[in-house]
Design a protein around this ligand. Structure first.
Ligand SMILES: [Zn+2]
Ligand SMILES: [Zn+2]
Length: 153
């Protein structure tokens, strides 16, 4: 007899497998585990946080290599703000935002949490930037207080 929790688990791993397939990556248990951690977060996370969530049962070199592979395949992207700790987040297009790829990072100055936030693609059209430069990468950092921290102060 199938129990409800099994059904849930298999749905979750379908999403993870799909992400690997979309990026032409072979399915491995570790890759699935790592994607599950990213899917669980709606914020960008550090390597330290990833290690914490993996617990003790992982290989450091495998983690390093998997992050490199995910970055190369653009399954995840790297964020560094003010020369601080490097953060990782799923690439924006995977989150089904219309803005596919173009987004900013919002960093809370109180709790230091970092979010990927949508930007309007049209912002870069028919204006000075598009007519003058060839854009290769867009990195926009917005700083302020997150919802939680606004209520504390
Ligand atoms: Zn905050
Ligand atoms: Zn981002």
């Amino acid at each position: 007899m199938q129990v409800r929790s099994d059904t849930y688990k298999s749905t979750v791993s379908i999403a993870e497998k799909q992400l690997l397939k979309q990026h032409q990556l072979k399915v491995t248990i570790f890759r699935l585990r790592l994607i599950a951690i990213f899917l669980k977060q709606n914020v960008a996370i550090s390597e330290r946080e990833i290690k914490k969530q993996l617990g003790t049962s992982y290989d450091r070199i495998t983690l390093y290599r998997t992050l490199e592979t995910f970055l190369k395949k653009k399954l995840i992207h790297k964020i560094t703000i003010d020369k601080g700790e490097t953060l990782y987040a799923l690439s924006y297009s995977n989150l089904n935002y219309e803005t596919s790829g173009i987004h900013a990072h919002f960093k809370c100055t109180a709790c230091e949490t970092c979010w990927c936030v949508p930007l309007d693609k049209e912002m870069f059209k028919y204006n000075y930037i598009e007519n003058t430069f060839k854009i290769e990468e867009i990195e926009i950092i917005i700083k302020g207080k997150c919802k939680k921290c606004q209520t504390i102060n």
